[in-house]
Design a protein around this ligand. Structure first.
Ligand code: SF4
Length: 283
C-alpha cells in the first residue's frame, strides 16, 4: 500500500509540474475533453493541435456543434481522416444538447456513437473524477515495464485486457490527473523504442529498469502487415469527374467521395495506369 501511494505521488507530482501545456488542459471543460478525445483517436497530438484550435473557434460548445450542418462539421475535420469520428461527434453533440445533463459514468457514455471503453474512461475520469482507468498502448507499455511481465501477448487488445485490473488498482484519488499522467508518461518518457529511464519519475518502482532492459517489454507478437497496391483512376467525361462514394462502414473515408479504383471505374489496369499519368500531368 505504501509503495502504491508513493508511486501515485511521484507520478502526479511529475505530471503537475512537467505536463505539456495542451489547449484542452488549459481551462478544461467537458466539451474540450470530448472533442480532444475524439480527435486524438488514431491521431498524434501535433497533428490535432491546429484542428482543435480551428474547431473551438468555429464551434465553441455542444449547442453550436449540434446546430452546425454536417457539411460544416466535415469541412472543419477535413484532413484529419477517419471521418466517422466527426459524424459520431456531431450526433453525440445533438444528444447531449437535448438532455438536461450529460451522463457521468463510463456506461452512460458508452451509449453514444464512437465511444469505446478507453474514451469513456478518459472523459468520465477527467470531467467527473469517475474512478475508471484508461488503458491504451502507452499504459500497457508502462505497466508491462513496471512489472517486467514476461508473458507474450498475441496483440495489444489482449494485453490491454490483462493489464486493466492493475491499471484500476493503481488509480489514485485524482483519477483524471492520474490517467492523464500515465498517458503523458507513455507519450514523453516511457517511449516505445528508447525509454528515458534516467528522468522517469517512477523509476524506483520499475522492475524492467532494474533488470536493465526495459525496451524488451511488453512482449507483443509482431503485427502482420499486409500490403496491397491499389490503382486509382482519374476519369473525366463532359467536364465531370467520376468519383466513388465510400460506404458508411468504410474505416477512413466513411460516406466520402474518393477517386475510384480501376475496377470500380470499369477499366482494365493498363487503361487505369494511363489515367494515373493523365491525372499527374493535370496537377
Ligand atoms: Fe518506463 Fe524507464 Fe520509467 Fe520504467 S523507468 S516506467 S521503463 S521510463
Amino acid at each position: 500500500v505504501a509503495r502504491k501511494a508513493g508511486f501515485q505521488r511521484a507520478l502526479l507530482r511529475w505530471y503537475r509540474s512537467r505536463a505539456r501545456p495542451l489547449p484542452w488542459r488549459d481551462s478544461p471543460s467537458l466539451y474540450k475533453t470530448v472533442v480532444s478525445e475524439f480527435m486524438l483517436q488514431q491521431t498524434q497530438v501535433k497533428t490535432v493541435l491546429p484542428y482543435f484550435a480551428r474547431w473551438l473557434e468555429a464551434l465553441p460548445d455542444f449547442s453550436a456543434l449540434a446546430a452546425a450542418s454536417e457539411g460544416r462539421v466535415l469541412k472543419l475535420w477535413e484532413g484529419l481522416g477517419y471521418y466517422s469520428r466527426a459524424r459520431n461527434l456531431h450526433r453525440l453533440a445533438g444528444r447531449i444538447a437535448s438532455r438536461s445533463s450529460p451522463p457521468n459514468t463510463p456506461a452512460g457514455w458508452r451509449e453514444f456513437p464512437g465511444i469505446g471503453p478507453y474514451t469513456a474512461a478518459a472523459i468520465t475520469s477527467i470531467s467527473f473524477q469517475y474512478p475508471a482507468a484508461c488503458v491504451d498502448g502507452n499504459v500497457v507499455r508502462i505497466l508491462a515495464r513496471l512489472t517486467a511481465n514476461p508473458k507474450r501477448f498475441p496483440d495489444s487488445a489482449t494485453a490491454a485486457k490483462i493489464f486493466s485490473p492493475l491499471a484500476e488498482a493503481l488509480l489514485s484519488s485524482s483519477p483524471g490527473d492520474h490517467n492523464q499522467a500515465m498517458m503523458e508518461l507513455g507519450a514523453t518518457v516511457c517511449l516505445r523504442k528508447k525509454p528515458l529511464c534516467a528522468v522517469c519519475p517512477v523509476r524506483g518502482y520499475c522492475a524492467a529498469a532494474r533488470l536493465g532492459h526495459p525496451g524488451k517489454f511488453p512482449r507483443l507478437a509482431p503485427r502482420k502487415i499486409e500490403r496491397h497496391k491499389l490503382t486509382r483512376v482519374w476519369c473525366e467525361r463532359d467536364d465531370s469527374l467520376l468519383l466513388h462514394l465510400a460506404p458508411p462502414s468504410a474505416r477512413r473515408l466513411a460516406s466520402m467521395h474518393e477517386l475510384p479504383l480501376a475496377g470500380q471505374a470499369g477499366l482494365t489496369v493498363k487503361a487505369a495506369a494511363c489515367g494515373e499519368l493523365l491525372a499527374q500531368k493535370r496537377r
